[in-house]
Design a protein around this ligand. Structure first.
Ligand code: EPU
Length: 421
């Protein structure tokens, strides 16, 4: 298993450029299968989740190639197959978007249940409820989901989600964009990558309005045409570098961000004592003194993202006083990394959904395990801030979602390297 070896205790300085958003890319790339013609998708991050998704699309018969500047070109004209390779589908979570894509394009789908980071139980009942409301007859087993049109055929419908779900909102939007009639999703998720997906589909000729609010309306169209689209910057990657500077100290310009998407994160770091300067498409963070304690509760967008829970936890571990961190999206998410941080000297007590964190003056390097993507990113931050040497094992989890992480941190002066095998 590959690992990162970090010599901690160096402040971060310089400039880092954020890549295209993972969670937008893993929705937009499969959605390109709905398009008759060639899609050019710019700023696609070169991460393992994207590589797996492109392999799935190729396996279905699409032509998909990456150009040097990060543009991915997809021509799905000759796709005929509605059964993606289960061995690939099981390697990532967002492969569940193939269900909506294939239902929208062919009216049928046979897709294995997704894999990916297993930090919590991650049901897909709201996706299935949406497909059924669109007229699909859905067979769900412990291994796969199979769908075909029910007796009244596929048609638009009004769907009220029981929980605010990013994945269900995306999957229903994707399918409904090619299913006749009007679909209304109520209690929809509002994350920036949902707006990005709607903008992509509309650029290709779809008729979607309201993305970014809790009511999304989709008028199904007969066909979509090829076009060029650029993916938004990754909110969570940017937040991870900001948290790293807050934890280690330093002065970094984080380029290629949309500051509005970052405000829930930057306002919290500012409250903890970091100096934040917002520009049009960049954020500067300066941090010299010890951080102050804080209270954070994760929420759906525009609240503080659950995908930043672990990274802000490291800042709290090093802050003065007692912080409270409450998880409201995935209750079990703490278990992916808190025990590893404790091995580095952190003082964290978990009571139900809340972690009570008593700040320590310093962390000590240790050998720790990355159990999932964001937990792994947090351990990298802890290693950069700690005294001595830290080894983060199983770094392939981190590489699911962070493009060139080692190179980017080295560019900021960090002593981090990747060891193979
Ligand atoms: N939920 C249900 N039923 C469903 C769907 C979701 O009960 O059918 C529950 C979940 O158990 C959870 C909550 O609803 O408690 C929210 O889940 P959501 O569906 O929004 O999560 P997701 O779509 O599976 C995406 C991101 C995650 C991110 C969450 C929350 C992608 C590919 N993944 O997951 O990203 O944590 O939204 O914002 O977009 C990551 O990037 O590290 C990551 C895990």
């Amino acid at each position: 298993m590959s690992r990162y070896v970090i010599q901690g205790g160096r402040p971060l300085n310089g400039t880092v450029t954020i890549s295209g958003a993972k969670n937008a890319a893993v929705a937009i790339l499969p959605a390109a299968l709905l398009v008759d013609g060639v899609c050019r998708i710019e700023h696609v991050p070169d991460i393992s989740d994207v590589r797996i998704m492109l392999d799935i699309l190729r396996g279905l018969g699409a032509l998909a190639r990456r150009e040097e500047d990060g543009t991915v070109v997809i021509d799905a004209t000759n796709v005929r197959d509605a059964s993606p390779d289960p061995a690939l589908v099981e390697q990532m979570r967002a492969s569940y978007y193939l269900m909506g894509v294939l239902l929208g394009r062919f009216g049928r789908a046979h897709v294995a249940l997704p894999g990916g980071c297993n930090f919590a139980s991650r049901p897909i009942d709201q996706h299935i409820k949406g497909f059924a409301a669109l007229g699909a007859e859905v067979e769900e087993t412990e291994e796969y989901v199979q769908m075909h049109p029910g007796p009244s055929g596929l048609h638009g419908n009004r769907i009220s989600l029981d929980v605010v779900s990013v994945g269900a909102t995306v999957n229903i939007m994707i399918a409904a964009s090619r299913i006749p009639g009007q679909t209304i999703i109520e209690n929809a998720a509002k994350e920036p990558h949902i707006v990005d997906l709607a903008n992509f589909l509309n650029t290709m000729g779809a008729r979607i309005s309201g993305a970014g609010t809790d009511t999304v309306k989709i008028w199904g169209v007969q066909s979509l045409r090829g076009n060029t689209y650029a993916i938004i910057p990754d909110q969570i990657e940017a937040g991870t570098y900001l948290a790293a500077v807050a934890a280690t100290g330093g002065n970094v310009l984080v380029k290629n961000v949309i500051p509005k998407h970052m405000s829930c994160i930057t306002s919290k770091l500012a409250e903890m004592g970091a100096e934040i300067l917002n520009y049009d498409d960049a954020i500067r963070i300066r941090c010299g003194a010890r951080l102050h304690h804080a209270t954070v509760k994760t929420r759906v967008y525009p609240g503080f993202p659950t995908d930043m829970q672990a990274q802000i936890c490291v800042c709290m571990v090093l802050a003065s006083g007692v912080s409270r961190l409450t998880e409201s999206v995935y209750e079990t998410r703490f278990f992916g990394y808190v025990s590893e941080l404790e091995r580095m000297g952190a003082d964290v007590q978990i009571t139900g959904k809340t972690a009570i964190i008593t700040g320590v003056e310093a962390l000590a390097g240790a050998t720790v395990d990355a159990h999932d993507l964001r937990a792994g990113a947090a351990l990298v931050i802890a290693g950069l801030a700690a005294q001595g040497s830290t080894i983060v094992k199983d770094c392939h989890y981190i590489e699911r979602g962070y493009e060139r992480l080692v190179e980017k941190f080295r560019g900021l002066g960090a002593d981090i390297r990747r060891i193979e095998g």
